[in-house]
Design a protein around this ligand. Structure first.
Ligand code: ATP
Ligand code: MG
Length: 562
């Protein structure tokens, strides 16, 4: 969308804008983001957060953060805190509008009683598998429960006793009385309440009947005065039930609007699967940098701005599709390129001795902190007789087109001098090169030769005497295949065994000694890296955020895609 283009960016914004124009909701816009606190938020949730909070912010409305905590067996307070932290980190503020569906339990119960009184709900004694068997299929109608005709008084009495704890778990449910022959299975007398003895993270043991999501959700929306209840496509078939319940009760009736959920390649977004990865130790935790969780992405060095840009760029549609992980990485790289300070770091060190450089002498060279941002200034980088370069920046017997260091070859050291390889030392046992011996040309300080001669390669390096040891964790994809959800087998078999590589003996320039967890850098020629939470005063640990090569931008060359 250009500055002069005032069309809404997507069909949901178009609906909301139209409603504002017609005054449908008295000019109000109230949305909500309703996570169930049964896991950490992932990048799919970010799409929903950006949409709900974004629309509210753009149109002068508000967005509620509502914890949809109606299933006590899977929910925990720790998840509530993680969700708050992640939404705030993404840059959104729900102000005073934090709600819990569990705060509505009393009201939800009272409305269930209202439905019973109106003959619109009944207590059913069928076992769960019998209810399933009675439901029918897409091609066959369902069959009435033998308890469907129960009278109002008996239903009221049984429901009260369900609440009072008179019956065992799973022995009775409350069902809506709608239509067992409906072509929509969700309308075939759906279950509204079940008996479950489980300690709830907020209400403790006060309740032994809990409302189902399809019942609690529309009513919670109504209580909060939501105008547009935006959800993912799989709820399209549930909308008739959403509407039926609110009509049956005659209460404030938000409009449910569905959009296509975000699917991302090389990862999974199912909370059940993510929980399994965490619980069984396949990853280091919810915030493992390989995880698609916001906590994982934060730890890995992704910025909130990059994630918001990504969510804006992929847009909102009505049809499911899968977005390339490379596109998210492109957004991260684009943002970090503008803001991340540069640094010199050597991941696999190879010792270099500059024979004609005086032992003990140190020179402080100036390095630009960020060529994209002159205001970022410069820093001082020590240079001396002994350096480390990247092991793969040297080859004894280089193939054609290898422009880095090799015997007899001259290259530039970034911010420093031209150096020429004049010999090597090798390990007699393995033949491995242990030291590269060079000479430098003092006339090339700053990286160019007065006689105009050129070199083809520029290497990054660190001073051996000054460099700080560090651990660097390199990451690939969590899954080795692009679509782990498509495989019918065990998704764990598809985990990428090379998803994590730990380099324990790296060296970084001394200015990084003061870096703190969360600080992000571009290691020149290597990519973007973020200081990991495992770092301590005497131990620097970096996570690889994203490499420098942009496979997304490449495939989009000329098409102007973000
Ligand atoms: P589950 O219901 O399996 O626990 P969920 O992913 O639906 O998982 P919720 O906590 O219910 O998790 O989701 C909160 C909100 O985020 C919902 O409105 C949901 O529609 C939205 N959401 C979840 N996953 C995605 C996704 N991949 N893309 C867009 N929105 C999503
Ligand atoms: Mg859900």
């Amino acid at each position: 969308m250009t500055a002069t283009d005032t069309r809404p960016a997507d069909f949901i914004r178009a609906i909301v804008a139209e409603d504002q124009a017609t005054g449908k909701w008295g000019g109000q816009v109230v949305t909500r983001f309703p996570p169930e606190p049964n896991g950490f938020l992932h990048i799919g949730h970010a799409k929903s957060i950006c949409l709900n909070f974004g629309i509210a912010a753009e149109l002068g409305g508000r967005c509620h953060l509502r914890f949809d905590d109606t299933n006590p067996s899977k929910e925990e307070h720790a998840y509530v805190e993680a969700i708050r932290r992640d939404v705030a980190w993404l840059g959104f503020d729900w102000g005073a509008h934090e709600y819990f569906a569990s705060d509505y339990f009393e009201q939800l119960y009272a409305w269930a009683v209202t439905l019973i009184q109106a003959g619109k709900a009944y207590v059913c004694d069928l076992a769960p598998d019998e209810i399933r068997a009675h439901r029918g299929t897409l091609t066959e109608p369902g069959r009435d429960s033998p308890y469907r005709a129960r009278g109002v008084d008996e239903n009221l009495d049984l429901f009260a006793r369900m609440r009072a704890g008179a019956f065992a778990d799973g022995t009775r449910v409350l069902r809506a009385r709608i239509d067992m022959a409906s072509p929509n299975l969700n309308l075939r007398d759906p279950v509204l309440y079940r008996i479950l003895r489980a300690t709830h993270h907020r209400t403790g043991d006060a309740w032994c009947v809990y409302p189902l999501y399809d019942y609690a959700h529309p009513l919670s929306d109504s209580i909060e005065g939501i105008t547009h209840s935006i959800c993912t496509l799989e709820f399209e078939d549930h909308r008739p039930l959403y509407d039926w319940l609110l009509d049956a009760l005659g209460i404030h009736h938000p409009q449910q609007i569905e959009f296509a959920r975000l699917n991302l390649s090389h990862t999974v977004m199912s909370k059940r699967k993510l929980l399994k990865l965490v619980a069984e130790g396949h990853v280091r935790g919810w915030d493992d940098p390989r995880m698609p969780t916001l906590a994982g992405m934060r730890r890995r060095g992704y910025t909130p701005a990059a994630i918001r840009d990504f969510c804006d760029a992929i847009g909102v549609a009505k049809r499911d599709n899968t977005i390339e992980m490379a596109r998210l990485e492109h957004a991260v790289r684009t943002d970090l390129n503008a803001v991340a300070p540069r640094a010199l770091a050597v991941l696999r060190p190879l010792r270099v001795v500059i024979e004609n450089y005086p032992a003990g002498q140190v020179e402080w060279l100036d390095g630009a902190n960020n060529p994209e941002d002159p205001a970022a200034g410069t820093r001082r980088i020590p240079f001396g007789r002994e350096l480390y370069i990247e092991r793969d920046d040297f080859m004894l017997d280089p193939p054609p087109k290898y422009f880095r260091l090799a015997p007899g070859r001259e290259v530039r050291l970034r911010f420093g001098y031209f150096v020429t390889c004049v010999g090597v030392e090798t390990d007699p046992a393995t033949g491995e090169v242990t030291t590269v011996r060079c000479t430098f040309d003092p006339a090339t300080r700053g990286g160019s030769a007065p006689d105009g001669r050129k070199v083809k390669g520029t290497l990054h390096w660190v001073s051996a005497a000054h460099a700080v040891p560090a651990e660097v964790r390199l990451y690939g994809h969590l899954f080795a295949v692009a679509d782990p959800e498509a495989d019918a087998g065990d998704f764990l078999d598809l985990l990428d065994p090379h998803g994590l590589e730990i380099l324990a003996d790296c060296r970084v320039e001394p200015s990084l000694a003061a870096a703190r967890p969360g600080d992000r850098f571009q290691f020149e020629r290597l990519g973007y890296f973020c200081v990991d939470a495992d770092s301590a005063a005497d131990r620097l640990v970096f996570d690889q955020t994203v490499g420098l090569r942009d496979s997304w931008a490449k495939t989009q060359a000329g098409s102007g895609g973000v």
